[in-house]
Design a protein around this ligand. Structure first.
Ligand SMILES: NC(=O)c1ccc[n+]([C@@H]2O[C@H](COP(=O)([O-])OP(=O)(O)OC[C@H]3O[C@@H](n4cnc5c(N)ncnc54)[C@H](O)[C@@H]3O)[C@@H](O)[C@H]2O)c1
Ligand SMILES: Cc1ncc(C=O)c(C(=O)O)c1O
Length: 309
């Protein structure tokens, strides 16, 4: 692929797809989006104006490039400069899809995955042209969180990484170049260290779930939005960090499996907002209300941090 990306195909329209479609369109990239489930296509079409409203509220106003929806993978990828894969976090599902995509597009079309942390080297291994594949990891909600990780695998060409980073910048996001293809990349290695400890503390009865969320959101979460961990070390003092880490690090959870609480809810089909019950149960209408309220608050915080509130 040479030149800027102007046309993207988006494959998979679940939690992440609709917001990504809106963000690309607002960034001037025409999108053709597809999913194997008709209900996902319908939902994504309904979500598009809502995500565009959030972009307006962020001050990211302007003309939208066309966003179209189709049940046909062939139609979605036709003429695309880049194919953005957003299907479930499962190597078999993703690699089967890459086979189908490669049969439909020329060798220069970029293929990227929004994988949360499967190494790109593992995903690209069966591709006929693995050099055109990279990781493009968005954060949920993708039309509001302005950072995207860019990851290369063993076979990724430098030109592919340059093109993906250029696309991220062109649509107004901050590209974070992850230099090694480690599982979980950077964002999810940090997030899952937090999640593991949070679940362990709740499971051990140290704190109620709601109180833990208050502690993290109004304590470290609020602070980290302004002062990242490396800067926070200097703010706290390395002597303090050293003293605390010398007794605390060995106390922290190092469990290797998934917490029993999550396994139990997963086995019962309780997946969170998407099934209206996860760690908590959500009354009718509550999911839409919560999603809207959270978007409003995230937008207000982002505008304050950007100095545009
Ligand atoms: N949910 C998050 O917070 C989040 C954040 C960042 C990245 N991710 C990653 O993004 C990817 C998608 O996550 P999600 O939460 O949107 O998943 P999801 O399960 O909500 O949606 C996946 C969609 O893919 C569709 N699909 C499955 N196989 C397909 C195929 N062969 N062709 C076309 N469509 C197909 C499904 O019908 C579904 O609509 C995963 O790799 C995930 O790890 C998720
Ligand atoms: C729990 C969880 N897992 C993965 C991701 C992203 O890949 C997110 C997120 O973006 O918020 C998440 O919350």
């Amino acid at each position: 692929m040479s030149g800027a990306v102007t046309r993207a195909a988006l494959v998979g329209l679940g939690t992440m797809g609709p917001g990504i479609a809106a963000a690309l369109g607002r960034g001037g990239v025409a999108v053709t989006a597809t999913d194997t489930l008709p209900t996902a296509l319908e939902r994504a079409e309904a979500m598009l104006p809502i995500a565009r409203g959030a972009l307006d509220a962020l001050g990211r106003t302007g003309e939208d490039a066309a966003v179209r929806f189709t049940p046909s993978l062939a139609e979605a990828v036709e003429g695309a400069d880049i194919v953005i894969e957003n299907v479930p976090e499962d190597v078999a599902i993703k690699t089967a899809l890459y086979g189908a995509i490669e049969a439909l597009v020329p060798p220069e079309t970029l293929i990227v995955s929004d994988t949360s942390g499967i190494p790109i080297s593992d995903l690209q291994v069966g591709l006929a042209h693995p050099e055109r594949m990279a990781g493009m990891h968005w954060s949920n909600p993708p039309h509001i969180v302005p950072m995207i990780e860019v990851i290369g695998g063993k076979a990724t060409a430098p030109a592919t990484l340059a093109a993906v980073s250029a696309l991220v910048s062109a649509i107004g996001y901050l590209p974070v170049r992850v230099k090694k293809d480690v599982p979980g990349f950077v964002e999810n290695r940090i997030l899952y260290a937090i999640m593991r400890e949070a679940l362990d503390l709740v499971d051990a009865g140290v704190v109620e779930a709601d109180a833990l969320d208050t502690c993290v959101s109004w304590g470290i979460g609020y602070k980290l939005a302004v002062v990242g961990p490396m800067a926070l070390l200097d703010m706290a003092g390395l002597d303090i960090y050293r003293s605390v880490a010398s007794f605390l690090n060995k106390e922290l959870s190092d469990r290797k499996d998934v917490a029993p609480l999550i396994e139990e809810r997963f086995a019962a089909g309780k997946l969170g907002l998407k099934t209206e019950e996860g760690l908590k149960a959500y009354a009718s209408g509550e999911v839409a209300r919560l999603t809207g309220e959270r978007a409003k608050r995230l937008i207000a915080v982002r505008r304050a941090l950007e100095g545009t509130a």
